[in-house]
Design a protein around this ligand. Structure first.
Ligand code: FAD
Ligand code: FES
Ligand code: FES
Length: 492
């Protein structure tokens, strides 16, 4: 029997909600329904971090704690989790959490609007890393914008937040104001865990959260017009920015099989609902040349919610994971009812926002071949800002050399066409040729045949073309050690 109430923990208590509007956001719930106005709304699109909250989930005998942007998280996705807000750390009259105290002592706040979001990002860092390097701090704060303090005092607070020792490690507010241990929280999360499918809704709109792959496939076959929801980092904005009404949502985030990853003798297999935060380390472990691009993929809260499957299925022409997945020869496991098929990512996109999925068909998994000896793999993201910015151009390469000649070469690009696309003519020039400056010059000319980019707010058509040509030159120089950068060659 499906159940219709969602249950989650907030400040040590179980919150049970019936008839939940499927697209009501966690931020609206906190501010409008509970009057917890500590969590702020800045942009309502996942960009500024003012709305950052943390979610704790059961993970074996412990919990994982991750930040998300509450402005684009739909309320029913909280089911079975613990929600931690800035007010969970300390309320007026209580001792401050060490993160908050460090922010006060180091003058990390002026107008204060961004401060709760920074505190929550630092809180997640505090719980996950007891000796962060400067880059860890920068990366943890990549999704938080401050307009007035400047970042130096906030970084100083991040460095000082450990000064009080480990005393506060489990510090979270309980109703009585006492501290709450991880063991208490695990027990509470176990109490609200349920194996029943959730079906909640309001005013004729519904949110379905199947728990198994078969139930998910059946639900989607029965409602082929439904919107699939994974991390909501694209879908959330359809609601908050485009004001779209969504009648039926089917949520991937509770489907056990879609949340699995595994590495076989030949492949990395990533389930269709695995978050970017979980998928990226697996990919980068085998392909370190993708590390820089993934480091710059959105921000921690977006990567904590957003999935690799959602990035691929959404199919934005400026999506960052797909050029890399394409050059690696990734395939998609697609499922429709009881029928499964495998399709090369190369064949998935037909046109702008048109892909090969049939009615009721979804991405069940992504298979990525493991590297072969001698492969050189890299991906480059070119955007106006280093952190938390959408690419103007994104490229990826897979090269294998035989002496001074190219045995095989693949290149794929985003930001240059209506879909992510291989650079077929450029590849043809390079494959079998000498890996030298003359070949690269000819290949750059071929890129102009491969792509006719458009101008938009991120870059003009001309600049995009020059950028992709220069990125290819850069990759060439990197492989020759002429930029002094690491080149990752496998099995040598
Ligand atoms: P959702 O929003 O839940 O879904 C996206 C689409 O995929 C929907 O059409 C949904 O129906 C469909 N879908 C989801 N799962 C499946 C499935 N298993 N089978 C079939 N269809 C499915 N993207 C980048 O590439 N690079 C960036 O740097 C980047 N930065 C961002 C920064 C911000 C602030 C925001 C808000 C977004 C950013 N994005 C970026 C876009 C977004 O985060 C990614 O596309 C993300 O991977 C989407 O995954 P999701 O799980 O959130 O998808
Ligand atoms: Fe800006 Fe949510 S309000 S990220
Ligand atoms: Fe004002 Fe950061 S303190 S925006």
């Amino acid at each position: 029997m499906p159940r219709s109430s969602i249950r989650f923990i907030l400040d040590g208590e179980v919150v049970r909600l019936d008839d939940v509007d499927p697209t009501r956001t966690v931020l609206q719930f906190l501010r409008e329904d509970l009057g917890h106005a500590g969590t702020k709304e800045g942009c309502a699109e996942g960009d500024c971090g003012a709305c950052t909250v943390a979610l704790a989930e059961l993970d074996g005998d412990g919990i994982t704690l991750r930040t998300v942007n509450s402005c684009i998280q739909f309320l029913p996705t909280l089911d079975g989790k613990e929600l931690i807000t800035v007010e969970s750390l300390a309320r007026r009259g209580q001792d401050l959490h060490p993160v908050q105290r460090a922010m006060v002592e180091h003058h990390g706040s002026q107008c204060g609007f961004c401060t709760p979001g920074f505190v929550m990002s630092l809180f997640a860092l505090y719980k996950s890393n007891d000796k962060p390097a400067r880059q860890d701090i920068d990366d943890a704060l990549a999704g938080n914008l401050c307009r007035c303090t400047g970042y130096r005092p906030i970084i100083a607070a991040a460095e000082a937040m450990y000064d009080g020792g480990a005393d506060a490690a489990d510090w979270l507010r309980q109703p009585c104001g006492s501290r709450q241990s991880v063991a208490d929280r695990v027990e509470k999360l176990r109490d609200i865990a349920s194996s029943e499918q959730l079906e909640t809704g309001h005013a004729g709109r519904c949110f379905i959260a199947p728990q198994s792959l078969d139930a998910f496939a059946d639900a989607y076959a029965a409602h082929p017009d439904a919107t699939l929801l994974a991390g909501g980092t694209d879908v959330g904005l359809w609601v908050t920015k485009q004001h779209r009404e969504i009648d039926t949502i089917i949520y991937t985030g509770r489907v056990a099989e879609l949340l699995e990853t595994r590495t076989t003798a030949t492949h990395i297999e990533i389930g269709g609902a695995v978050t970017l935060t979980s998928a990226i380390p697996l990919l980068v472990e085998h392909y370190p040349g993708l590390g820089e691009m993934f480091r710059r993929f959105a921000s921690p809260p977006i990567r904590n919610a957003g999935t690799l499957g959602g990035n691929v299925a959404n199919g934005s022409p400026i999506g960052d994971s797909m050029p890399a997945l394409m050059v690696l020869g990734a395939t998609l496991v697609l499922r429709q009812g009881a029928v499964e098929r495998e399709l090369a990512l190369d064949d998935f996109y037909h046109d702008y926002q048109v892909n090969d999925l049939g009615d009721g068909e979804f991405v069940a998994g992504i298979r990525i071949p493991l590297p072969a000896a001698g492969d050189i793999v890299s991906s480059q993201k070119w955007s106006k800002r280093f952190d938390q910015d959408i690419s103007a151009v994104c490229t990826a390469y897979k090269l294998r050399l035989d002496g001074g000649r190219v045995q095989s070469f693949r290149m794929a690009c985003g930001g240059l066409a209506a879909t992510i696309k291989r650079a077929a003519q450029c590849e043809a020039v390079i494959e079998g040729a000498a890996w030298d400056a003359q070949t690269i010059t000819a290949a750059c000319a071929a890129l102009a045949e491969d792509f006719s980019p458009i101008s938009d707010m991120r870059a003009s058509a001309d600049i995009r073309l020059v950028a992709v040509q220069n990125l290819l030159r850069r990759f060439f120089l990197e492989t020759r050690g002429e930029l002094g950068e690491t080149v990752y060659t496998y099995g040598r």
